[in-house]
Design a protein around this ligand. Sequence first.
Ligand code: HEC
Length: 140
Amino acid sequence: MKKPFGRQAGLLGVGALLVGAVVGASAGAVQPARSVNDGVYTAAQAERGGKIFEKTCTACHDTARFTGAEFTSAWTGLPLKGLFDAVQTMPEDNPGSLPPQDYADVIAFFLQLNEYKPGESELEGTAEAMGAIAMEARKP
Ligand code: HEC
């Protein structure tokens, strides 16, 4: 017995699966367009961040805790948003007590400590902006 539509329906099914897979893959693989090597903060911002760090963080942390490969490699390959979320859990005795932009300034300070080059525009203290910048090893 002939099934004129059987094969066609099957192919349509496969086609739908493929479209679904491609859409799914591209949605899951959204990579940040920029990285911390692209000059994502300004020198003035890092200076502000250093003052905030001095005032709010040095009671418990030394800058050494946020300097060097041990610190940066923990965040490498991830959007900066991970670090942004982490700093917002600080200071430990008063989490989230700073304005979001102050946390971004502290991250700018961390980037400067790790010798990432500054650029022309400031690092914005929003989840969206932080999600669009990848942490990666410093390029010379
Ligand atoms: C009252 C003490 C205290 C203060 C003040 C404090 N922290 Fe922390 N912080 C801790 C402790 C405890 C940990 C967990 C141990 C560690 O990772 O050093 C921590 C961890 C961290 C981490 C690592 C989180 C992770 O997931 O790796 C970051 C980043 C951080 N602090 C940033 C800051 C910043 C920025 C400030 C100032 C805005 C700050 N901390 C102020 C106590 C403090």
